[in-house]
Ligand binder design. Structure first.
Ligand code: MTE
Ligand code: MO
Length: 369
């Protein structure tokens, strides 16, 4: 017997039939589309372009879009692996490029698949590492993940355009029982990984989510992302809040803040990493605080913390968020004084705002011109 390289016809498993490939492709396309659109939303919420303001209602809007982003990405992992398994015999098509008449379109098709694969792998892997709060690389995650997301979306659009009629034929073919069994395994493993991680954001799933990256543990019944010790926080003995605006400043001690009219609101912290948790926050609404201090309202604020350095030591509170009556400078959570890890002496908590912008250990609010 002479050995020869395999050909596509040598692969007999029903996994490699168009009926299976098309169905996996359809679901993968849905997962990628949800992931891309919610990724754009996430980016717009965290780095709003000048012409855009992220809404403050519903209060859980960011929690929902970011959970959908992370969970659709998680779902895409087994679907992508199954899809690759389904199509890999096509790697053995010889010659790899078709005759001259279709050379160009065929080469474009292959190239778009290569780009799509590399970009998809990069997005899923970097997203997963980010969710696990691990950054074993030198690039800045937010910008790179965003840029490669556009590359993946472009390559996906080309791929869908090229494969549309093939997918249609594949979907029209009824899968026989053996093919259905393969599809069932793919759905079940996708469902399993989503259930295993969704507890990070869906409270009633937390008990089954063995892989969830944030447990509900932590002081005051709320997870902690960065502890006070890790951030190098030292609260001065005579801490006071500075409020500054064009033309004036004011100082308020913690006692003075506590003496102002307090409001309690149930609001979630929704981290970009996909975990979220709701808590009862008590504090002074920012708009009322500014008015009490004699500062102008209706403008954006720069929020600064006691954190000496770090990407999230300060944040921008857009005018719409600053004006919302539920945006608080919180002093208490779940009925207790904020623990050091949750931002003592005070922190920002606002409706529908990325967790990373819910600045802890606040020391200064500056009304921007
Ligand atoms: N000053 C400061 N505030 C911060 C952070 C930080 O690193 N520094 N981390 C943010 C992130 S990423 C999240 S998700 C929330 C988490 O709040 P928690 O630790 O009270 O749950 O705090 C935010 N506030
Ligand atoms: Mo976060």
């Amino acid at each position: 017997m002479r050995l020869r390289p395999p050909r596509p016809e040598d692969f007999h498993s029903p996994a490699h039939t168009p009926a299976v490939t098309a169905r996996l492709g359809l679901w993968l396309g849905v997962a990628f589309t949800v992931c891309f659109l919610t990724g754009l939303a996430s980016h717009a919420a965290q780095h709003p372009p000048g012409w855009f303001t992220w809404p403050t209602r519903p209060i859980s809007l960011y929690r929902i879009t970011q959970s959908a982003h992370v969970l659709s990405g998680v779902a895409a992992i087994p679907l992508l692996l199954a899809k690759l398994w389904s199509v890999y015999p096509r790697l053995f098509i010889r010659p790899p490029l078709r005759p001259p008449a279709r050379l160009l379109s065929h080469a474009a098709e292959r190239l778009s698949i290569l780009v799509l694969l590399c970009a998809a792998f990069f997005e899923l892997a970097s997203g997963l590492f980010n969710a696990a709060q691990s950054y074993p690389w030198r690039f800045f995650f937010v910008e790179t993940h965003y840029a490669v997301g556009w590359i993946a979306a472009g390559a996906l659009a080309v791929h869908i355009g090229v494969k549309l009629s093939r997918t249609g034929t594949g979907l029209a073919e009824r899968p026989d029982p053996r093919r259905r069994a393969i599809l069932r395994i793919a759905w079940l493993s996708t469902g399993a990984v989503v259930l295993a991680t969704a507890g990070a954001t869906v409270p009633w799933l937390s008990r089954v989510s063995v892989l969830a990256w944030r447990s509900p543990g932590g002081p005051q019944g709320l997870p902690v992302n960065r502890t006070a010790a890790a951030a190098g926080i030292r609260v001065p003995a005579h801490w006071s809040l500075t409020i500054a605006w064009p033309g004036g400043t004011a100082q308020l001690t913690l006692d003075e803040l506590a003496a102002l009219r307090q409001r309690t609101a149930t609001l979630p912290i929704a981290c970009v990493e996909g975990w979220s948790a709701s808590a009862n926050w008590t504090g002074v609404p920012i708009a009322a605080l500014l008015t009490a201090a004699g500062a102008p309202t209706g403008r954006a604020l720069r929020v600064s913390s006691l954190e000496p350095a770090g990407l999230y030591a300060t944040s921008l509170l857009p005018a719409r968020h600053a004006a919302d009556p539920l945006t608080l400078l919180a002093l208490r959570v779940n009925g207790q004084t904020l623990s050091p890890d949750h931002g003592y002496p005070c922190r920002i908590i606002a409706p529908s705002r990325p967790g990373v912008l819910q600045t802890k250990w606040v020391t200064r609010l500056e009304v921007l011109p």
